[in-house]
Write a protein that binds this ligand. Structure first.
Ligand SMILES: [Zn+2]
Length: 425
């Protein structure tokens, strides 16, 4: 019997011929598929040959400064600005509509490049920290990004195998496990893999669900500090995460903490990822003046605690269509789907109401949709809903409770954290 030949077309464009030896007349034992080692080796080689990573570096464009800006005020909060270039009717509308909510990604996008001074400072910081990559409002090390790419390829490869090998039935767990084990073993030998392994694991979580914070830049007004504290209150009320505001002396005493600072844009790292900087053991949460509103602070703090963007979930393709052709060139990395090894959704369903979801026109280059819920029923219900949450959804809270093994029935009326309600000096 001739070997069955299956074509696996990897997304990177290479085509791999796989000879699949099925064996003579012997029927496959049920629940088990033999995959010869040479095939797995060939797969791994094809996988690891593709090492180029699309790098998203921030463009520092002086033209950004020329936009004309009109502040949008809701209540006493300035929630954003109208710029001439926007084509979103929700924003260009001049009606006095106080319920209007700017999409999270719009605020994040416009918070960049606010002044040349900040840009220089920010650039210094970025170069000082090695090769950092900015994905929307997430800051990643180059190795994190490289590794995510690798994991995505791994996921896709597995998916392709499942589709293309008739013998590899979906419920064939023995095959799946064996393939995954082989690929993982190969990946483990690379330094990249070893470093990343923590993203999903406990190393990126904050011990005892306690996050030390400090505002490390001057120029934060009392109102801004209160809004940041409000977001910390919300997180502590809905989860078992506690915050602890530390002093400058404690910071210099190398108490590990999140350094809230001024800078270009609104951005954070994902999970606990401390480094030695300025005599402290800390990681930065950058909040340009426009980001100092409660919902943006909440969004960024949830990155700190360990959440990625909802639209990056491994299973997102079932729930949203991404229109890459409408995305600004250089911003396409924001629409990256992350692998199951990077993101653990902990059994919770896709959540259009997540405060970690971007809006339908996020990073659009032409005013057209970039993210559209699917299928049609979801589109109708959520198209104008995504990216507009003003507080954590029930599932945002639940995923954190599961991630940090919070007590199953949290006292939601009042936080039990010692410093609650929080107040910055
Ligand atoms: Zn974000």
């Amino acid at each position: 019997m001739a070997p069955a030949v299956t074509l696996v077309r990897l997304l990177c464009g290479s085509i791999l011929l796989i000879g699949m030896t099925t064996g003579q007349a012997a029927p496959q034992p049920s629940g088990f598929t033999r995959v010869p080692n040479n095939i797995i080796r060939a797969l791994i080689q094809a996988l690891t040959r593709q090492t180029s990573v699309p790098t998203v570096t921030r463009s520092v464009n002086p033209a950004d400064q020329t936009r004309s800006l009109t502040p949008i005020i809701v209540g006493s909060q300035r929630i954003g600005d109208v710029t001439r270039r926007t084509r979103n009717p929700l924003i260009t509308s001049r009606r006095a509509d106080t319920t209007r909510v700017l999409p999270i990604d719009e605020i994040i996008e416009r918070a960049e490049s606010t002044s040349a001074t900040i840009r220089r400072e920010d650039q210094r910081q970025l170069t000082g920290q090695g090769s950092l990559v900015i994905e929307g409002d997430i800051v990643l090390d180059q190795w994190e990004l490289t590794d995510m790419d690798k994991q995505i390829r791994l996921d896709r490869l597995e998916e392709q195998l499942m589709i293309n090998l008739p013998e590899a039935r979906k419920n064939d767990m023995a095959f799946r496990d064996r393939l995954r084990a082989r690929l993982e073993r190969r990946e483990t030998t690379s330094p990249v893999r070893q470093k990343r392994a923590a993203t999903r694991s406990s190393r990126r979580r904050w011990p005892n669900a306690l996050v030390n914070v400090r505002i490390a830049s001057s120029g934060f007004t009392r109102a801004q500090k209160n809004r940041i504290a409000e977001s910390m209150n919300e997180i502590s009320e809905k989860t078992c995460i506690c915050f602890n505001i530390i002093s400058r002396a404690q910071a210099l005493d190398r108490v590990p903490h999140v350094r809230i600072r001024n800078g270009n844009g609104c951005r954070s790292r994902v999970g606990r990822n401390l480094r030695n900087q300025g005599g402290t053991r800390s990681q930065d949460l950058t909040l340009a003046p426009r980001c100092r509103i409660t919902r943006i602070a909440t969004h960024e703090f949830l990155h700190v605690i360990g959440l990625f963007h909802e639209q990056s979930r491994p299973d997102r393709s079932q729930f949203v269509n991404i229109f890459m052709r409408n995305v600004e060139p250089g911003k396409r990395g924001n629409f990256r789907r992350l692998s199951r090894l990077t993101v653990d959704s902990r059994g919770l369903p896709y959540d259009y109401r997540s405060i970690m979801h971007y809006s339908n026109r996020a990073f659009s280059r032409n005013g057209r949709f970039t993210i559209v819920p699917r299928p049609r029923a979801n589109r109708n219900q959520f198209l104008n809903r995504i990216g507009r949450s003003t507080e954590m959804s029930r599932n945002d809270a639940e995923v954190i409770r599961r991630m940090y093994s919070c007590p199953s029935s949290p006292n939601t009326s009042q936080s039990s954290c010692s410093g609650y309600p929080y107040r910055f000096p």
